[in-house]
Design a protein around this ligand. Structure first.
Ligand code: ADP
Ligand code: MG
Length: 343
């Protein structure tokens, strides 16, 4: 069942704006699905959430929730919860008062609201915190209170805009795992925005990569990671080994020489991505100098300066990893080579 549907949604700021903040966006989110929108700053992620919430009028297109066009439905009637990056708890209210805010606004009785607050604080791991002052909470605790507040009215769609953006890395990684567990237990439908791919890939059933107000790629984390749809997506995911190549008969002629490509690859000129795991140390092959090496826990990441072509990212096992300044030679593994479909 589709809960949220965007059909050709465009948003423009200013009358003479050349570029649109959103440009013909089509997106469907199923019930219970967690979709993460990823993209660089300014690509339209927040605008997308604001459109769904009803905070931003559209120039073109339609937003449907549960099959119903939302054009005439005001913000507070859409049944969506929104949590922004700067979660803005009310400093003069205690934790309980913050979580209860939306409930009381909707006319819930004091008793039912108190019961719901108790339940939600337990859910987010802050049982009994009702009476605590907001100022006494750590960043992570404030985040949990903001989440409880957004969840309190049981929104049919929860939207999170860079929900963990302000927190340090370790805490973010822990909270992502907690959020994922929480959402799957509750069956919450979530549309979340982040510029952090690690966060998106950890949380999402499906990721949507945005570029300049358009969807550059949508798919499961695995699909997007394995098969980036364009050079833009590949580079956004942090891959550096992307070069133009001439393909024929299972081989790509690249600035690094001939590279084998997967069977069934198209012929002609294409951008080619070689994942670092596909650059393999071997007895013979392209000669390189090791520029840097970084221990990554399960492997060592290498930066290589080849005899020809741009620098290469490579990976190798912990045992026998070469040192900076060493001369090595590398071959290429076709399974880690992706012919990019183009922009
Ligand atoms: P993101 O959340 O991905 O960083 P936004 O959705 O905030 O991107 O912004 C998308 C584009 O729209 C940007 O170019 C931004 O400058 C522009 N924009 C956003 N809000 C406004 C506004 N209220 N007035 C004018 N331009 C805006
Ligand atoms: Mg934003």
């Amino acid at each position: 069942m589709t809960l949220l549907q965007l059909e050709g949604v465009s948003v423009r700021f200013g009358e003479r704006a050349v570029a649109s903040a959103l440009d013909g966006v089509d997106l469907a989110v199923a019930e219970h699905e967690i979709v993460c929108v990823l993209g660089p700053s300014g690509s339209g992620k927040s605008t997308l959430l604001r459109v769904v919430a009803g905070l931003q009028p559209v120039a073109d297109g339609r937003v449907l929730l549960g099959g119903a066009d939302q054009a005439a439905v005001p913000v507070h009637r859409r049944g969506v919860g929104l949590m922004f990056q700067d979660h803005q708890l009310f400093p003069h209210r205690d934790v309980g008062g913050n979580v209860a805010f939306g409930l009381r606004m909707r006319g819930a009785s004091k008793r039912s609201s108190e019961a719901r607050v108790t339940e939600l604080l337990e859910l987010v791991g802050l049982p009994g915190a009702q009476g605590r002052a907001v100022a006494s909470l750590s960043g992570g605790e404030q985040q949990r209170v903001a989440l409880a507040r957004a969840l309190a009215p049981s929104p049919r769609l929860l939207m999170l805009d860079e929900p963990l953006g302000q927190l340090d890395r370790g805490l973010r990684e822990r909270l992502v795992v907690e959020l994922q567990g929480l959402f799957s237990r509750l069956g919450t439908t979530v549309l979340a925005v982040t510029h952090d791919q690690g966060e998106a890939f950890a949380l999402a059933d499906r990721v949507v990569v945005m570029r300049d107000g358009r969807i550059a790629q949508a798919g499961t984390p695995l699909e997007v990671w394995q098969r980036p749809a364009s050079e833009f997506v590949a580079r956004f995911l942090g891959f550096e080994n992307v070069v133009p190549a001439e393909l024929s008969a299972g081989v790509a002629a690249t600035p690094w020489g001939k590279v084998p490509v997967p069977a069934g690859s198209p012929a002609g000129e294409h951008q080619v991505l070689i994942r670092p795991a596909g650059v393999v140390l071997s007895a013979v092959g392209l000669g390189c100098e090791v520029v840097s090496r970084t221990f990554r826990g399960t492997h060592v990441a290498l930066l290589l300066r080849p005899e020809v072509g741009p620098v290469l990212e490579a990976e190798c096992g912990l045992e026998g990893a070469p040192a900076v300044g060493d001369r090595v030679s590398v071959g290429f593994a076709p399974a880690e080579v992706v012919v990019l479909p183009g922009e």
